[in-house]
Structures are given as structure tokens and as C-alpha cells.
Design a protein around this ligand. Structure first.
Ligand code: C2E
Ligand code: MG
Ligand code: MG
Ligand code: MG
Length: 292
């Protein structure tokens, strides 16, 4: 009986493997068609000033609404897109869509905050990334500071001279830059800091453990101190509790983003937030606390 089960589970395993490979191929083919089929969406997660409580930014996060499989999480999707090279046209769609969304909110009489889009290191392999960004901003009629790009540490592994030249053009187009997931990559700090940014994002893994783990807290504090001495803003990712928020605010962190304030929201819901609650009430409460 054990033998039968063993063989059975082997066959099952084989079948499952084949299914997985087939599923992977199918999903890759689907990804190739997803753009033209209009299956992508951007969701927007507010970024809040830790002193004023104001929504000063929003990160645009890619979502794929697969017709059969439902929402595919970006982690799987981005890896697939990077491996197949599809990240370049998808990334272009993200840039265009974020710019047009900002335009639409302006046309509706709102004052949208800066919108941040994530760039894959692979997008820097094409020579006209800066020109693409500038053109999208132009088409939407946006001014300086309307768009931000989030960079990954893996960018530092590319030809730093080339990357620096592209970033210079990007910043000349009025786009601000942020280093995403800071502290999680493998490049040396000195090398990494040759990439000039306006903002550093403390990775969620340090924020998560900030109250219980001395090492995580030490990393967060070191990042804040370093950012201050470089004259760079610092934002904390993945803030989920008031205690984390207070800790970060008291230590001079400038902004935060996380479920404590809001999940990433579909465009319509983010618009409602902009109309109704542009400012967080925590800040007023916090400020009152500090006065007494
Ligand atoms: P990221 O750029 O670090 O984005 C932040 C991620 O943290 C988002 O996950 C967001 O939903 C999640 N998050 C925010 N606050 C909290 C919190 O309080 N708790 C927890 N547990 N999670 C929180 P998401 O949307 O699943 O995106 C995952 C990653 O996929 C992103 O990490 C980014 O690296 C990548 N990604 C998303 N959209 C794009 C895109 O358009 N282009 C590229 N190249 N990458 C993208
Ligand atoms: Mg990001
Ligand atoms: Mg991040
Ligand atoms: Mg992260």
C-alpha cells in the first residue's frame, strides 16, 4: 500500500510538474497579450508627511487582472516580465498611465500629489528611458515634481557612468528619484551612493521589526542619519502601526507609506481619498500630544 502510494505520488508529482511548466508557459503567453487586452491597472498607495499628515505622494503599483486567474501579484508578474523582456513595454505603459492619471485628476480640479513609478533596472538598458519619461510628461502637460521614479539597488551593478548620465537627464526633465528597498541589496554603500537620489525608502523588513529588534531599529536609524547628512529625504515603507509611526516620526523620518494609513487603492478610490481626507488626523493628534 505504501508502495502504491509512493508510485502514485510520484506520478502525481510528475503531472504537477508538467502542469506547472505548462501553466508557466501559458501565463507567459498571456502576459504578452495583457497589454493590448487592457488587463493592467495601477493602484495608488498614499505617501504621507510625518509632520503635517498631508498626502504628499503616491506610489503607483502594477496590478494584472487575469481573465481566469484573477489578480496576479506583482512579485510573480515582474519577475516574469523581466525575464521575457516584456518589462520594457509594460514599464512604458506604467509611465504613460501614471502621467495621464495625474492629468485627469488635475482636469477634475484636484491637486494630485507626486506620483512615483517603479523602474526595473532592465528599463535602463534602453538608451532613451529619459526621453520616454520626458515625452510622457509633455503629453500629459505635467510640471516639475509631478512624477517620481523609484530605483532598485541592482541598478548600481550596471555601468555606473551610463546610469548616472541617464539619471541626470531624468532629473533635468523635472522627475525626482527615490532609492527603493534601501538596505536590502548587495552593493557596497559607497558604490550605491554614487547614484544621486532625492529620497531614500527604508525597506519594509526594517520597519516591520523596528520596535522588537535592535538590529532593524539600528539600520533604520542609520539610514535616517545618513539621509540627513546627505540632505536627502527619507520615507519608511510598510508602516502598519501607530507605534511604528511614532517611533519613526520622533527619530526624524520625513514620510511614510503603509497599511496603517492605506493599502494601495484603485484610481477611483484614491480620488475619493484626495477629495475627502487629504490630511491625516493622526498628525494633529500627534502634534497635540507633543504639546502637552
Ligand atoms: P515596492 O516598490 O517596494 O512596493 C511596496 C510594496 O509593499 C507593495 O507591494 C505594497 O503593496 C506593499 N506594502 C505597502 N505597505 C505595506 C504594509 O504596510 N504592509 C505590507 N505587508 N506590505 C505593504 P506590491 O504592490 O505587491 O508590489 C511588490 C513589488 O513589485 C514592488 O515593491 C515593486 O518592486 C514591484 N512592482 C510593483 N509595480 C511595479 C511596476 O510598475 N514596475 C516595476 N518594475 N516593479 C513594480
Ligand atoms: Mg517601490
Ligand atoms: Mg519598496
Ligand atoms: Mg520593499
Amino acid at each position: 500500500r505504501a508502495k502504491a502510494r509512493g508510485r502514485g505520488s510520484f506520478h502525481f508529482y510528475q503531472a504537477e510538474m508538467n502542469e506547472r511548466v505548462a501553466g508557466q508557459l501559458a501565463i507567459e503567453a498571456d502576459l504578452g497579450r495583457a497589454l493590448e487586452r487592457g488587463e493592467f491597472e495601477l493602484h495608488y498607495q498614499p505617501q504621507v508627511d510625518l509632520i503635517s499628515g498631508e498626502i504628499v505622494g503616491a506610489e503607483a503599483l502594477l496590478r494584472w487582472r487575469h481573465p481566469l486567474r484573477g489578480m496576479i501579484p506583482p512579485k510573480d508578474l515582474i519577475t516574469l516580465a523581466e525575464d521575457s523582456g516584456l518589462i520594457v513595454p509594460i514599464g512604458q505603459w506604467v509611465i504613460e498611465t501614471a502621467c495621464q492619471q495625474s492629468r485627469a485628476w488635475r482636469d477634475a480640479g484636484l491637486t494630485p500629489p507626486r506620483l512615483a513609478v517603479n523602474l526595473s533596472a532592465r528599463q535602463f538598458e534602453s538608451d532613451d528611458l529619459a526621453e520616454q519619461l520626458a515625452a510622457a510628461i509633455d503629453r500629459a502637460g505635467l510640471g516639475s515634481g509631478a512624477l517620481e521614479v523609484e530605483l532598485t539597488e541592482s541598478l548600481a551593478l550596471q555601468d555606473i557612468g551610463r546610469v548616472t548620465a541617464i539619471l541626470k537627464k531624468i532629473r533635468a526633465a523635472g522627475v525626482t528619484t527615490a532609492m527603493d528597498d534601501f538596505g536590502t541589496g548587495f552593493s557596497s554603500l559607497a558604490h550605491l551612493l554614487r547614484i544621486t537620489v532625492d529620497r531614500i525608502k527604508i525597506d519594509r523588513c526594517f520597519v516591520r521589526d523596528i520596535l522588537g529588534d535592535r538590529t532593524a531599529a539600528a539600520v533604520a536609524l542609520a539610514v535616517i542619519a545618513m539621509a540627513k547628512s546627505l540632505g536627502v529625504k527619507v520615507i519608511a515603507e510598510g508602516v502598519e502601526s501607530e507605534a511604528q509611526l511614532k517611533f519613526l516620526r520622533e527619530r526624524g523620518c520625513d514620510e511614510m507609506q503603509g497599511f496603517y494609513f492605506s493599502q494601495p487603492l484603485p484610481g477611483h478610490d484614491f480620488e475619493v481619498l484626495l477629495r475627502e481626507a487629504r490630511c491625516l488626523s493622526f498628525a494633529a493628534a500627534g502634534a497635540a500630544d507633543e504639546e502637552d
